[in-house]
Design a protein. Structure first.
Length: 206
């Protein structure tokens, strides 16, 4: 039990917040105390929003983005260019790229990157669905927008070897992003320019 704390309910709430990434015990206590200051209706709305994450959130059948429907709003938007697919590691990267307002195509979420050290292989990623999507649709260009890390470059190379035979243009984001950086933490201007100034990808690992 928390030192000096007699409420098990309070302690449980603090422990749940503290289990989140980047949230320490002190921050968790501040967050719970802040919630306690809200009126009951606001607390109920907060709780309902969290519960809805597990009961109502879906993954888009096309791109694997999160969605309220079977098909996400990006994939169902007829104004976006379906012939250009931007391949990203995770949903945070879609949010980062969308914030730049520089990309008007569609996305494909791999759900990670290849990492032998962590036991993540091709079968663990959404690669087969990407290949199927390219074969079935009128895809002209595939933009590889993975983080410029060793694992990201290895994944780029694997995708090149697997998909280059399909006769589409393969591009990679410009290296305005420092090696080792993650897309979601890159400023919008740099990320936007990296998308606009993308280069043809010939399978070489930088």
């Amino acid at each position: 039990m928390l030192k000096g704390q007699s409420s098990k309910v309070f302690e449980n709430a603090v422990n749940e917040f503290a289990s989140l990434p980047g949230i320490g015990k002190k921050t968790a206590i501040r967050l719970v105390l802040h919630i306690l200051k809200q009126n009951p209706k606001e607390i109920e709305q907060f709780g309902s929003a969290i519960i809805d994450l597990s009961s109502k959130i879906k993954h888009c059948k096309i791109c694997h983005n999160i969605s309220d429907e079977e098909i996400c709003s990006i994939c169902s938007d007829s104004s976006r260019d379906e012939s250009i697919i931007c391949v990203v590691e995770n949903i945070q990267d879609i949010i980062a790229i969308e914030n730049t307002q520089q990309f008007k195509g569609r996305y494909h979420v791999l759900g990670g990157i290849l990492s032998p050290m962590e036991g993540i292989g091709p079968a663990d990623l959404n690669i087969d669905s990407l290949e199927k999507r390219i074969r079935l649709n009128k895809t002209k260009e595939l933009i590889l927008a993975l983080s410029p890390t060793m694992e990201g470059d290895t994944t780029n190379f694997f995708l090149y070897k697997k998909l280059n035979k399909l006769g589409i243009k393969l591009s990679i984001i410009a290296r305005g992003i420092a090696f080792g950086d993650e897309l979601e933490y890159t400023d919008e201007i740099t990320l936007g320019r990296s998308i606009l100034n993308r280069k043809p990808f010939d399978g070489k690992i930088f």
